[in-house]
Design a protein around this ligand. Sequence first.
Ligand code: HEM
Length: 385
Amino acid sequence: MIASEHWGLPEAQFWLRGERPADPVRQDLGTGGAHVYGHAEALRVLGDPRSYSSNTARLQPQMQEFVEGDLLQRDPPEHAELRTLVSRAFTPKVVAGLEPRIAELTLELLDRANGRLDLVADVAHPLPAIVIAELLGVPADERDLFTGWVDVALGGANSGEFDADPEQRTRTAVAMFRKLRDYLTEHADERRAQPRDDLLTRLVEAEVAGVRLTRAEVAHFATSLLIAGHLTTTMLLGNTVFCLDAHPEQQARVRADRSALPAVIEESLRLLSPFASVARVTTAEVELGGLRIPADRPVVVWLGAANRDPRRFPRPDDFDPDRAPNPHLGFGRGVHFCLGAPLARLEGEVVLDQFPALGTVPEDPPRFRRHPSLTGVERLPLRTS
Ligand code: HEM
Protein backbone atom coordinates (compact mmCIF):
# COMPACT_ATOMS: atom_id res chain seq x y z
CA MET A 1 0.00 0.00 0.00
CA ILE A 2 1.46 3.36 -0.96
CA ALA A 3 -0.96 5.92 0.51
CA SER A 4 0.19 7.73 3.63
CA GLU A 5 -1.34 10.27 5.99
CA HIS A 6 1.55 12.66 5.41
CA TRP A 7 0.84 13.61 1.82
CA GLY A 8 -2.26 15.68 2.40
CA LEU A 9 -4.63 13.14 0.85
CA PRO A 10 -8.14 14.49 0.18
CA GLU A 11 -10.26 14.02 3.29
CA ALA A 12 -13.30 12.67 1.38
CA GLN A 13 -11.45 9.86 -0.40
CA PHE A 14 -11.27 7.34 2.45
CA TRP A 15 -10.25 4.47 0.13
CA LEU A 16 -6.87 6.15 -0.39
CA ARG A 17 -6.19 5.35 3.26
CA GLY A 18 -7.08 1.68 2.75
CA GLU A 19 -10.58 2.03 4.30
CA ARG A 20 -13.48 0.14 2.72
CA PRO A 21 -17.01 1.53 2.35
CA ALA A 22 -19.58 -0.06 4.66
CA ASP A 23 -21.84 -0.79 1.63
CA PRO A 24 -21.37 -0.69 -2.15
CA VAL A 25 -24.18 1.88 -2.43
CA ARG A 26 -25.03 4.48 0.21
CA GLN A 27 -28.01 6.84 0.28
CA ASP A 28 -27.23 10.54 0.45
CA LEU A 29 -29.62 11.88 3.05
CA GLY A 30 -29.10 15.45 1.89
CA THR A 31 -30.14 14.93 -1.74
CA GLY A 32 -32.07 11.65 -1.59
CA GLY A 33 -29.65 10.38 -4.23
CA ALA A 34 -26.84 7.90 -3.75
CA HIS A 35 -23.09 7.32 -3.65
CA VAL A 36 -21.87 4.26 -5.53
CA TYR A 37 -18.63 2.62 -4.35
CA GLY A 38 -18.86 -0.94 -5.64
CA HIS A 39 -17.44 -2.02 -9.02
CA ALA A 40 -20.47 -4.10 -10.11
CA GLU A 41 -22.87 -1.34 -9.03
CA ALA A 42 -20.80 1.30 -10.87
CA LEU A 43 -20.99 -0.81 -14.03
CA ARG A 44 -24.76 -0.98 -13.67
CA VAL A 45 -25.08 2.79 -13.49
CA LEU A 46 -22.60 3.54 -16.28
CA GLY A 47 -24.18 0.87 -18.49
CA ASP A 48 -27.73 2.24 -18.22
CA PRO A 49 -27.82 5.83 -19.54
CA ARG A 50 -31.59 5.58 -19.94
CA SER A 51 -32.12 5.34 -16.16
CA TYR A 52 -29.01 7.31 -15.14
CA SER A 53 -28.74 10.43 -17.28
CA SER A 54 -25.49 12.34 -17.80
CA ASN A 55 -27.37 15.60 -18.16
CA THR A 56 -26.61 16.69 -14.60
CA ALA A 57 -27.15 20.30 -15.70
CA ARG A 58 -30.90 19.56 -15.42
CA LEU A 59 -30.35 19.87 -11.65
CA GLN A 60 -28.24 23.01 -12.14
CA PRO A 61 -30.21 25.28 -14.49
CA GLN A 62 -27.35 27.83 -14.52
CA MET A 63 -25.21 25.25 -16.37
CA GLN A 64 -27.83 24.54 -19.08
CA GLU A 65 -26.35 27.12 -21.43
CA PHE A 66 -23.18 24.99 -21.87
CA VAL A 67 -24.87 21.65 -22.60
CA GLU A 68 -25.10 21.99 -26.39
CA GLY A 69 -22.00 20.30 -27.78
CA ASP A 70 -20.77 18.92 -24.44
CA LEU A 71 -20.55 15.16 -24.91
CA LEU A 72 -20.30 14.64 -21.17
CA GLN A 73 -23.80 16.09 -20.67
CA ARG A 74 -25.62 14.33 -23.54
CA ASP A 75 -27.62 11.12 -23.42
CA PRO A 76 -28.33 8.66 -26.24
CA PRO A 77 -29.39 9.05 -29.02
CA GLU A 78 -28.09 12.69 -29.36
CA HIS A 79 -24.86 11.63 -27.62
CA ALA A 80 -24.02 9.11 -30.35
CA GLU A 81 -24.71 11.62 -33.14
CA LEU A 82 -22.43 14.20 -31.54
CA ARG A 83 -19.73 11.65 -30.72
CA THR A 84 -19.71 10.41 -34.32
CA LEU A 85 -19.33 13.98 -35.56
CA VAL A 86 -16.48 14.99 -33.23
CA SER A 87 -14.77 11.63 -33.75
CA ARG A 88 -14.41 12.63 -37.41
CA ALA A 89 -12.11 15.42 -36.22
CA PHE A 90 -10.44 13.72 -33.23
CA THR A 91 -9.28 10.52 -34.96
CA PRO A 92 -6.74 7.89 -33.83
CA LYS A 93 -4.50 9.06 -36.70
CA VAL A 94 -4.55 12.65 -35.40
CA VAL A 95 -3.59 11.40 -31.92
CA ALA A 96 -0.86 9.02 -33.13
CA GLY A 97 0.63 11.88 -35.20
CA LEU A 98 1.29 13.81 -32.00
CA GLU A 99 3.90 11.37 -30.66
CA PRO A 100 7.08 13.08 -31.97
CA ARG A 101 5.88 16.49 -30.78
CA ILE A 102 5.05 15.15 -27.30
CA ALA A 103 8.55 13.61 -27.09
CA GLU A 104 10.16 16.88 -28.21
CA LEU A 105 8.14 18.92 -25.68
CA THR A 106 8.99 16.52 -22.86
CA LEU A 107 12.71 16.84 -23.56
CA GLU A 108 12.44 20.64 -23.76
CA LEU A 109 10.64 20.81 -20.41
CA LEU A 110 13.10 18.38 -18.78
CA ASP A 111 16.08 20.30 -20.14
CA ARG A 112 14.94 23.38 -18.27
CA ALA A 113 15.02 21.47 -14.98
CA ASN A 114 18.46 21.48 -13.47
CA GLY A 115 19.23 18.62 -11.08
CA ARG A 116 15.93 19.04 -9.26
CA LEU A 117 12.48 19.41 -10.63
CA ASP A 118 8.89 19.53 -9.48
CA LEU A 119 7.42 16.99 -11.82
CA VAL A 120 3.98 18.61 -11.69
CA ALA A 121 4.91 22.28 -12.14
CA ASP A 122 7.76 21.65 -14.59
CA VAL A 123 6.37 18.88 -16.81
CA ALA A 124 3.01 17.29 -15.96
CA HIS A 125 1.05 20.56 -15.81
CA PRO A 126 2.45 22.42 -18.86
CA LEU A 127 2.79 19.43 -21.21
CA PRO A 128 -0.88 18.39 -21.66
CA ALA A 129 -1.93 22.05 -21.83
CA ILE A 130 0.53 22.71 -24.67
CA VAL A 131 -0.56 19.49 -26.42
CA ILE A 132 -4.29 20.36 -26.31
CA ALA A 133 -3.59 23.99 -27.30
CA GLU A 134 -1.50 22.92 -30.31
CA LEU A 135 -4.05 20.27 -31.22
CA LEU A 136 -6.93 22.74 -31.14
CA GLY A 137 -4.82 25.44 -32.76
CA VAL A 138 -4.95 28.08 -30.01
CA PRO A 139 -1.73 29.86 -28.99
CA ALA A 140 0.16 27.62 -26.53
CA ASP A 141 1.75 30.67 -24.89
CA GLU A 142 -1.75 31.70 -23.74
CA ARG A 143 -2.09 28.47 -21.79
CA ASP A 144 -1.81 30.15 -18.37
CA LEU A 145 -4.95 32.05 -19.32
CA PHE A 146 -7.14 29.09 -20.24
CA THR A 147 -5.69 26.58 -17.76
CA GLY A 148 -6.34 29.24 -15.10
CA TRP A 149 -10.03 29.38 -16.12
CA VAL A 150 -10.25 25.57 -16.15
CA ASP A 151 -8.67 25.43 -12.72
CA VAL A 152 -11.15 27.88 -11.23
CA ALA A 153 -14.06 26.17 -13.07
CA LEU A 154 -13.07 22.90 -11.39
CA GLY A 155 -13.39 24.55 -7.99
CA GLY A 156 -9.79 25.48 -7.27
CA ALA A 157 -8.39 22.20 -8.49
CA ASN A 158 -4.89 23.45 -8.97
CA SER A 159 -4.49 25.76 -6.03
CA GLY A 160 -5.67 23.10 -3.59
CA GLU A 161 -8.24 25.63 -2.31
CA PHE A 162 -11.48 23.80 -3.04
CA ASP A 163 -14.44 26.13 -2.56
CA ALA A 164 -16.89 24.14 -0.42
CA ASP A 165 -19.95 26.42 -0.96
CA PRO A 166 -21.85 24.75 -3.88
CA GLU A 167 -23.72 27.91 -4.95
CA GLN A 168 -20.57 29.98 -5.03
CA ARG A 169 -18.86 27.14 -6.89
CA THR A 170 -21.58 27.11 -9.56
CA ARG A 171 -21.47 30.92 -9.96
CA THR A 172 -17.69 30.84 -10.35
CA ALA A 173 -17.85 27.86 -12.74
CA VAL A 174 -20.44 29.64 -14.94
CA ALA A 175 -18.23 32.73 -15.17
CA MET A 176 -15.18 30.63 -16.13
CA PHE A 177 -17.11 28.49 -18.66
CA ARG A 178 -18.27 31.72 -20.34
CA LYS A 179 -14.69 32.99 -20.60
CA LEU A 180 -13.56 29.68 -22.10
CA ARG A 181 -16.50 29.55 -24.50
CA ASP A 182 -15.99 33.12 -25.70
CA TYR A 183 -12.26 32.56 -26.15
CA LEU A 184 -12.79 29.36 -28.16
CA THR A 185 -15.70 30.81 -30.16
CA GLU A 186 -13.46 33.64 -31.29
CA HIS A 187 -10.78 31.21 -32.46
CA ALA A 188 -13.35 28.91 -34.14
CA ASP A 189 -14.86 31.89 -36.00
CA GLU A 190 -11.39 32.75 -37.32
CA ARG A 191 -11.04 29.17 -38.62
CA ARG A 192 -14.37 29.43 -40.43
CA ALA A 193 -13.00 32.45 -42.29
CA GLN A 194 -9.45 31.08 -42.66
CA PRO A 195 -9.14 27.30 -42.32
CA ARG A 196 -5.86 25.90 -40.97
CA ASP A 197 -4.51 22.43 -40.23
CA ASP A 198 -5.87 22.10 -36.70
CA LEU A 199 -8.65 20.49 -34.69
CA LEU A 200 -10.79 23.65 -34.49
CA THR A 201 -10.84 23.80 -38.28
CA ARG A 202 -11.68 20.08 -38.51
CA LEU A 203 -14.50 20.56 -35.97
CA VAL A 204 -15.89 23.50 -37.93
CA GLU A 205 -15.76 21.40 -41.12
CA ALA A 206 -16.83 18.01 -39.64
CA GLU A 207 -19.95 16.70 -41.27
CA VAL A 208 -22.04 13.51 -41.01
CA ALA A 209 -24.95 12.98 -43.39
CA GLY A 210 -24.98 16.67 -44.29
CA VAL A 211 -25.11 17.81 -40.66
CA ARG A 212 -22.44 20.10 -39.23
CA LEU A 213 -21.67 21.19 -35.68
CA THR A 214 -23.25 24.48 -34.66
CA ARG A 215 -21.13 27.41 -33.49
CA ALA A 216 -22.06 26.69 -29.86
CA GLU A 217 -21.36 22.96 -30.26
CA VAL A 218 -17.84 23.61 -31.55
CA ALA A 219 -17.06 25.98 -28.68
CA HIS A 220 -18.57 23.77 -25.97
CA PHE A 221 -16.90 20.63 -27.27
CA ALA A 222 -13.52 22.41 -27.36
CA THR A 223 -14.20 23.64 -23.81
CA SER A 224 -14.94 20.10 -22.68
CA LEU A 225 -11.59 18.94 -24.10
CA LEU A 226 -9.80 21.48 -21.93
CA ILE A 227 -11.87 20.58 -18.86
CA ALA A 228 -11.65 16.81 -19.34
CA GLY A 229 -8.19 16.52 -20.83
CA HIS A 230 -5.76 18.82 -19.10
CA LEU A 231 -5.60 18.29 -15.37
CA THR A 232 -6.55 14.61 -15.66
CA THR A 233 -3.45 14.00 -17.75
CA THR A 234 -1.36 16.12 -15.37
CA MET A 235 -2.52 13.84 -12.56
CA LEU A 236 -1.96 10.64 -14.54
CA LEU A 237 1.66 11.65 -15.24
CA GLY A 238 2.32 12.74 -11.65
CA ASN A 239 0.62 9.72 -10.09
CA THR A 240 2.45 7.22 -12.30
CA VAL A 241 5.85 8.71 -11.50
CA PHE A 242 4.81 8.71 -7.82
CA CYS A 243 3.94 4.99 -8.04
CA LEU A 244 7.22 4.18 -9.81
CA ASP A 245 9.19 6.11 -7.21
CA ALA A 246 7.52 4.04 -4.49
CA HIS A 247 8.31 0.82 -6.42
CA PRO A 248 11.92 0.95 -7.62
CA GLU A 249 11.69 -2.62 -8.98
CA GLN A 250 8.91 -1.49 -11.35
CA GLN A 251 10.89 1.62 -12.29
CA ALA A 252 13.89 -0.58 -13.21
CA ARG A 253 11.59 -2.86 -15.19
CA VAL A 254 10.05 -0.14 -17.36
CA ARG A 255 13.45 1.46 -17.83
CA ALA A 256 14.73 -1.84 -19.25
CA ASP A 257 11.64 -2.58 -21.32
CA ARG A 258 9.27 0.05 -22.67
CA SER A 259 6.65 -2.58 -23.43
CA ALA A 260 6.02 -2.79 -19.65
CA LEU A 261 4.77 0.84 -19.62
CA PRO A 262 1.12 0.41 -20.72
CA ALA A 263 0.34 -1.98 -17.82
CA VAL A 264 2.04 0.43 -15.38
CA ILE A 265 -0.13 3.29 -16.65
CA GLU A 266 -3.35 1.24 -16.37
CA GLU A 267 -2.49 0.21 -12.83
CA SER A 268 -1.73 3.82 -11.89
CA LEU A 269 -5.17 4.80 -13.26
CA ARG A 270 -6.76 2.10 -11.11
CA LEU A 271 -4.93 2.83 -7.87
CA LEU A 272 -4.95 6.63 -8.10
CA SER A 273 -7.86 7.46 -10.43
CA PRO A 274 -7.55 11.13 -11.52
CA PHE A 275 -11.33 11.62 -11.97
CA ALA A 276 -12.35 10.04 -8.67
CA SER A 277 -16.05 10.42 -9.47
CA VAL A 278 -18.59 10.96 -12.24
CA ALA A 279 -22.18 12.10 -11.75
CA ARG A 280 -25.51 10.95 -13.12
CA VAL A 281 -29.17 11.85 -12.47
CA THR A 282 -31.96 9.27 -12.16
CA THR A 283 -34.67 9.65 -14.81
CA ALA A 284 -37.16 7.38 -12.97
CA GLU A 285 -37.27 5.52 -9.67
CA VAL A 286 -34.49 2.91 -9.65
CA GLU A 287 -33.36 0.09 -7.40
CA LEU A 288 -29.64 -0.10 -6.83
CA GLY A 289 -27.69 -2.14 -4.27
CA GLY A 290 -30.89 -2.77 -2.31
CA LEU A 291 -31.82 0.94 -2.21
CA ARG A 292 -34.73 2.65 -3.88
CA ILE A 293 -33.72 5.98 -5.40
CA PRO A 294 -36.49 8.31 -6.63
CA ALA A 295 -36.39 10.09 -10.02
CA ASP A 296 -34.36 13.28 -10.53
CA ARG A 297 -31.78 12.51 -7.81
CA PRO A 298 -28.02 12.76 -8.22
CA VAL A 299 -26.02 9.54 -8.22
CA VAL A 300 -22.28 9.90 -7.72
CA VAL A 301 -20.22 6.99 -9.01
CA TRP A 302 -16.93 6.90 -7.12
CA LEU A 303 -14.62 5.42 -9.76
CA GLY A 304 -11.69 5.67 -7.33
CA ALA A 305 -13.49 3.49 -4.77
CA ALA A 306 -14.87 1.02 -7.36
CA ASN A 307 -11.29 0.63 -8.59
CA ARG A 308 -10.37 -0.67 -5.12
CA ASP A 309 -13.37 -2.97 -4.69
CA PRO A 310 -11.86 -6.17 -3.20
CA ARG A 311 -14.66 -8.20 -4.85
CA ARG A 312 -13.11 -7.26 -8.23
CA PHE A 313 -9.46 -6.53 -7.43
CA PRO A 314 -7.58 -8.82 -5.04
CA ARG A 315 -5.15 -6.86 -2.78
CA PRO A 316 -6.75 -3.64 -4.03
CA ASP A 317 -4.34 -1.26 -2.29
CA ASP A 318 -1.23 -2.81 -3.86
CA PHE A 319 0.37 -1.31 -6.97
CA ASP A 320 0.56 -4.40 -9.16
CA PRO A 321 0.99 -3.79 -12.90
CA ASP A 322 0.83 -7.56 -13.48
CA ARG A 323 -2.92 -7.64 -12.82
CA ALA A 324 -4.53 -9.30 -15.82
CA PRO A 325 -7.21 -8.42 -16.58
CA ASN A 326 -7.33 -4.96 -15.04
CA PRO A 327 -10.92 -3.81 -15.64
CA HIS A 328 -10.43 -0.43 -13.94
CA LEU A 329 -12.91 2.38 -14.47
CA GLY A 330 -10.37 5.21 -14.54
CA PHE A 331 -11.55 6.26 -18.01
CA GLY A 332 -15.19 5.52 -17.21
CA ARG A 333 -17.22 2.83 -19.03
CA GLY A 334 -20.05 2.60 -21.52
CA VAL A 335 -21.07 5.22 -24.06
CA HIS A 336 -19.15 8.02 -22.29
CA PHE A 337 -15.87 6.07 -22.17
CA CYS A 338 -13.13 8.71 -22.33
CA LEU A 339 -12.70 10.00 -25.86
CA GLY A 340 -9.20 11.20 -24.99
CA ALA A 341 -7.97 7.87 -23.55
CA PRO A 342 -5.63 7.16 -26.52
CA LEU A 343 -4.08 10.64 -26.14
CA ALA A 344 -3.70 10.32 -22.34
CA ARG A 345 -2.12 6.87 -22.72
CA LEU A 346 0.22 8.15 -25.44
CA GLU A 347 1.32 11.13 -23.32
CA GLY A 348 1.92 8.75 -20.40
CA GLU A 349 4.04 6.38 -22.46
CA VAL A 350 6.09 9.07 -24.19
CA VAL A 351 6.79 11.05 -21.01
CA LEU A 352 7.69 8.02 -18.91
CA ASP A 353 9.90 6.68 -21.68
CA GLN A 354 11.87 9.94 -21.82
CA PHE A 355 12.41 10.20 -18.12
CA PRO A 356 15.82 10.03 -16.49
CA ALA A 357 16.20 8.00 -13.26
CA LEU A 358 14.23 9.76 -10.60
CA GLY A 359 13.90 9.83 -6.87
CA THR A 360 11.81 11.80 -4.41
CA VAL A 361 13.55 14.24 -2.07
CA PRO A 362 13.06 13.09 1.56
CA GLU A 363 13.10 16.63 3.01
CA ASP A 364 10.57 17.83 0.40
CA PRO A 365 7.82 15.15 0.22
CA PRO A 366 5.08 14.88 -2.41
CA ARG A 367 1.73 16.49 -1.72
CA PHE A 368 -1.70 15.55 -3.04
CA ARG A 369 -4.49 17.90 -4.20
CA ARG A 370 -7.12 18.40 -1.52
CA HIS A 371 -9.98 18.32 -4.01
CA PRO A 372 -12.76 15.87 -2.98
CA SER A 373 -13.17 14.34 -6.43
CA LEU A 374 -9.77 14.68 -8.10
CA THR A 375 -6.92 12.36 -7.15
CA GLY A 376 -3.44 13.44 -7.95
CA VAL A 377 -0.12 14.72 -6.73
CA GLU A 378 -0.04 18.50 -6.68
CA ARG A 379 3.69 18.76 -5.96
CA LEU A 380 6.23 16.06 -6.69
CA PRO A 381 9.77 17.37 -6.13
CA LEU A 382 12.32 14.99 -7.64
CA ARG A 383 16.07 14.56 -7.90
CA THR A 384 17.18 13.63 -11.40
CA SER A 385 20.33 11.68 -12.13
C1 HEM B 1 -14.74 11.30 -20.70
C2 HEM B 1 -11.20 10.37 -17.51
C3 HEM B 1 -7.96 12.40 -20.50
C4 HEM B 1 -11.59 14.00 -23.23
C5 HEM B 1 -14.05 10.84 -19.60
C6 HEM B 1 -14.63 10.06 -18.52
C7 HEM B 1 -13.65 9.82 -17.62
C8 HEM B 1 -12.43 10.42 -18.13
C9 HEM B 1 -13.77 9.07 -16.30
C10 HEM B 1 -16.09 9.58 -18.43
C11 HEM B 1 -16.98 10.65 -17.83
C12 HEM B 1 -18.39 10.15 -17.61
O1 HEM B 1 -18.70 8.97 -17.77
O2 HEM B 1 -19.23 10.99 -17.20
C13 HEM B 1 -10.03 10.83 -18.05
C14 HEM B 1 -8.72 10.62 -17.47
C15 HEM B 1 -7.81 11.18 -18.32
C16 HEM B 1 -8.55 11.75 -19.44
C17 HEM B 1 -8.45 9.91 -16.15
C18 HEM B 1 -6.31 11.26 -18.21
C19 HEM B 1 -5.60 10.38 -17.59
C20 HEM B 1 -8.66 12.99 -21.50
C21 HEM B 1 -8.07 13.72 -22.60
C22 HEM B 1 -9.09 14.21 -23.35
C23 HEM B 1 -10.33 13.75 -22.74
C24 HEM B 1 -6.57 13.91 -22.81
C25 HEM B 1 -9.05 15.03 -24.60
C26 HEM B 1 -8.12 15.86 -24.93
C27 HEM B 1 -12.74 13.40 -22.78
C28 HEM B 1 -14.05 13.61 -23.38
C29 HEM B 1 -14.95 12.83 -22.66
C30 HEM B 1 -14.19 12.16 -21.61
C31 HEM B 1 -14.37 14.51 -24.57
C32 HEM B 1 -16.45 12.70 -22.90
C33 HEM B 1 -16.74 11.49 -23.72
C34 HEM B 1 -18.23 11.24 -23.88
O3 HEM B 1 -19.01 11.72 -23.06
O4 HEM B 1 -18.61 10.56 -24.85
N1 HEM B 1 -12.71 11.03 -19.34
N2 HEM B 1 -9.89 11.52 -19.23
N3 HEM B 1 -10.03 13.01 -21.64
N4 HEM B 1 -12.86 12.52 -21.73
FE1 HEM B 1 -11.36 11.91 -20.56
